[in-house]
Design a protein around this ligand. Sequence first.
Ligand code: GAR
Length: 207
Amino acid sequence: MLRIVVCVSGGGTNLQAIINGVRQGTITNTEIVGVISNNKNAYALERAKQAEIPAVCVSPRDYGDREQFNEAFLKTVEQMKPDLIVLAGFLVVIPSQLIRKYENRIINIHPSLIPSFCGTGYYGLKVHEGALVRGVKITGATVHFVDEGTDTGPIIMQKAVAVQEGDTPEVLQRRVMEEAEWIILPQSIDLIANGKVTVTDGKVHIS
Ligand code: GAR
């Protein structure tokens, strides 16, 4: 069984897609051993509670400086003994110590087709605002391994979504979630849990 820890900051719809996938058997060989939020008001914490998954809040606000927060975050993760860490709408920079220790064992969902609309400053609605300002006709979502850059790690899965006339950032965000994120994040976890994902020279191969 692949032990996964899911890190969240907000609504937790991607967490819900993972919970549903495990329950319904579209994600196999996987146990969600914990949920970590940096925001005590995140609805994602309520979703974890309803699914009877241990959930904790580790907020930078509760620590004197970044180093102390990083230490507490690292300790919380380690106590859960994960095989894979899933960033599902987690809007905090992951300490580089953790990234090095969990090389190719941390994945992130990003709401665009990387390398478009990604990197510093592109998160949540801002990604969709950027896509609409540029006038792209196709956007989508990407699941990738996390390295020390921002949205630069090896790409595991991508799915395209059409932009439609009259879209607002909110409408586009919802369509990208429904048609891409909630599909490719559970699929990527299932592939990893079944040993189908390898990384060679910074590129992912799926067998
Ligand atoms: C999702 O759209 C996710 O792709 C995005 O935050 C949202 C979280 O929604 N993540 C990023 O922008 C990361 N750079 P959720 O809490 O309902 O899953």
